[in-house]
Structure formats: C-alpha cells, structure tokens
Write a protein that binds this ligand. Structure first.
Ligand SMILES: Nc1nc2c(ncn2[C@@H]2O[C@H](COP(=O)(O)OP(=O)(O)OP(=O)(O)O)[C@@H](O)[C@H]2O)c(=O)[nH]1
Ligand SMILES: [Mg+2]
Length: 343
C-alpha cells in the first residue's frame, strides 16, 4: 500500500470544537476502513507529523478490538523519548489550568506536547478543554500542541488498555512531553501510575482541615505533590502540612516526594515544575508492570539494538553479497540472517 498523501498539511491544527462530533463523510469512511485493515500507511503518516492521521489512529485504538491491536503492532519501535506525566487530583483542583500553563512553558522551550484528557467530564464545552483561563484556541494554529480526550470507562480492559495504546500512538508521533489528565478514583489512579513516567497529584488549598491527599490513599502513588492556586490564601498552610507529611514519610519509608507550589495564574513554580517533569524518571518498582503495547516496544527496541551490535563489517559484506546475488529479496535475506543469528 502506498502512503496516502495527507489531506491537510502537517501544520493543520487539531480539530476545532464541534468538528469531533461531525459525521464522517462517505469517502472518509472508506479511508478509515482501509486504515483499520492495513494500518501501516496511517502509522507512517502519523510518524511523519500528520495530525489528522494521528487523530484517526487514536480513534481506532480508543475503539479497541482487532483493529486497535493491529495498529499498535504496526507502530514503529523507535527510541522512547517522550516524557509521560499523569496529573490526578480532586475535581476542580486545578489540573486542566495547570496543564494549560505547562503547555505554554513547554512550547517556550521549543518542545512539542500532547495532552490526553482521560475523563470526558474534564472536557468543558465550548473549546475550553484546558480550564477557563487558557483556552485551546490559542494553540489551534500550533502543530506542536495536540489535545485529545479519550473515554476512560466503558472500554474492554478498562483504563489501562485504552490509555496504554493511546500513549503508544502519541509516543510514535514523537511528542517530547505527553500530559495525561485523570480525575479517576481508586484503581484508575493506580493504573495510571503504572503507565506514566511521573505521577503528579494536584491539590488545591482550602479543601478542608485535612488536606485531601492525606486521606485519599492516592498520595502513595504520586511522585510529586503540587499545591495549585498558590496565589490564593491558604496555599501556605497546605504546603506546610504536605511538606511536613512528606518529610515524615521519607523518614519512615525512605521514599522522597517533593511538594511544589504553583499558580497557573501568576506563573509561580511552573518553570520549576516543568524542569522536574522533563528530568529522566526515577526507577520505580510499581512500573515494573508494563502494559503489553509498551512491553512489545521495549523488547523490540532492545532486539533492534542487539541485532545492530552483531552486524559487524564482515557480516554486512556477506549479506550484501547475498542480496547482490538475489536481487529483490533483501528483506527476506535480512530476516533469515536474524533467525540464524539467534541460534
Ligand atoms: N486562583 C486560581 N484559580 C485557579 C488556578 N488554576 C485553576 N484555577 C481555578 O480553579 C477552577 C478549576 O480549575 P480546573 O483547571 O478546571 O480544575 P480541574 O482539576 O481540571 O477540574 P476537573 O477537570 O473538573 O477535575 C477554575 O475555576 C480555575 O479558574 C490558579 O492558579 N489560581
Ligand atoms: Mg480538568
């Protein structure tokens, strides 16, 4: 199958509000069906920066089933470079607004960013996906920003399966940072923790006498605790409580968790938080359970490295001689050599 030329330039913005609900035309339906049958052209386009192909691929994996699996398997196994950050916290804690501020800071550094909003409830109507202060229209013309919401529930396999696949697709598209917003509770958050490099728990000040994180049980899965809305009174008290708690916990468990105060409104702490999020993630025991899509990518990555290490000069010359002798069979010859070299 030859590659389908992109109908829009790669710089075309992600769908404007309303477009998502538009029904596919007959010709798009045919293309979508073709992509489901043979995802390689779609994958090539999304790797190439075609945002429409990316949106389509995400729809396919969101729906799951055989087509979703086939697409995941067609994803390239390039070096994993994206930093994936999960944001969790109570409703209204300030997650979306914080993510919007981080998008701005990420773009200022020349890095690309994708956002996956996992709970449809966090998608506010009218295009204000990321909070009421920073509206996404600002980024509609920016191909370095991609925002998407996925159904967190009602999917076979639940949150981890659909989200792991979506993350694998976004990774293949080569984003430097991928932010996931989740308001899910309990098991959902634990699942999210296993999919991301860093889990950020967002707390708002004044959520009551006992700061929510202390009782929620989610804190133990978080790597960084953020006190958002630091511009409002009460933030200092929350920071003090959470910092003291983190210190006690570090003493008893040895696990260090930083508490960072930020305000999406004033910009306080945003650059510092982004620095931490872009650092290489620390090894973490709970992330040993890797979802299948990522595990496949990891194994294939290592396999490719091993194969390349084995390919010394004389081996390459031998392979070249065989390819010269049997033109048109290069791929088959490479495959046979790989199988032989494993024996
Ligand atoms: N003062 C102040 N208000 C903020 C800040 N960030 C967010 N808010 C306000 O807090 C409210 C909730 O913000 P969101 O970003 O939508 O919170 P959320 O955690 O994404 O909410 P859900 O997606 O519904 O769970 C909004 O009214 C924001 O304007 C901030 O830095 N300072
Ligand atoms: Mg939100």
């Amino acid at each position: 199958m030859t590659r389908r030329p992109s109908a829009r330039p790669a710089s075309a913005p992600y769908s404007a509000p309303g477009r998502r609900s538009r029904r596919l035309s007959n010709s798009s339906r045919v293309t979508l069906l073709a992509a489901m049958a043979d995802p390689s052209a779609l994958v090539a386009a999304l790797v190439d920066g075609d945002r429409r192909a990316l949106a389509r691929a995400l729809s396919i994996v969101d729906r799951g089933g055989a087509a979703g699996d086939a697409l995941c398997q067609a994803l390239p196994l390039s070096t994993i470079r994206s930093r994936i950050v999960g944001f969790t916290g109570a409703g209204g804690a300030g997650k979306s607004t914080l993510i919007a501020a981080l998008i701005g800071a990420t773009r200022e550094r020349g890095l690309t960013v994708a956002v996956l909003a996992m709970d449809p409830a966090s998608v506010i109507g009218g295009g204000a996906l990321l909070g009421d202060r920073v509206r996404m229209e600002e980024y509609h013309a920016d191909s370095g920003v991609f925002v998407r919401s996925v159904a967190a529930r009602g999917n076979a396999g639940g949150i981890s399966r659909s989200t792991a696949s979506a993350l694998a697709v976004l990774r293949a598209a080569g984003f430097d940072a991928i932010f996931v917003e989740s308001i899910g509770a309990g098991q959902d958050q634990i699942d999210l923790a296993s999919l991301v490099d860093t889990l950020v728990l967002v707390e708002a000040p004044n959520l009551g006498d006992d700061v929510q994180a202390l009782k929620s049980g989610v804190r133990e899965h978080a790597d960084i605790i953020v006190v958002a809305k630091s511009d409002i009174p009460g933030a200092d008290a929350s920071v003090a409580i959470l910092t003291a708690n983190a210190r006690d916990e570090a003493q008893s468990t040895g696990i260090e968790r930083s508490v960072v105060r930020v305000s999406a409104y004033t910009g306080e702490g945003i650059a510092d938080l982004l620095d931490r999020l872009l650092e290489p993630p620390r090894p973490n025991a709970r992330r040993e359970s890797i979802p299948a899509a990522q595990l496949r990518a990891l194994v294939a990555d290592e396999a490719a490295k091993l194969a390349i290490e084995t390919l010394d000069g004389p081996t390459l010359a031998r392979l070249q001689a065989r390819i010269d002798a049997e033109p048109g069979h290069a791929r088959q010859i490479a495959r046979e050599w790989l199988i032989d070299s494993r024996r």
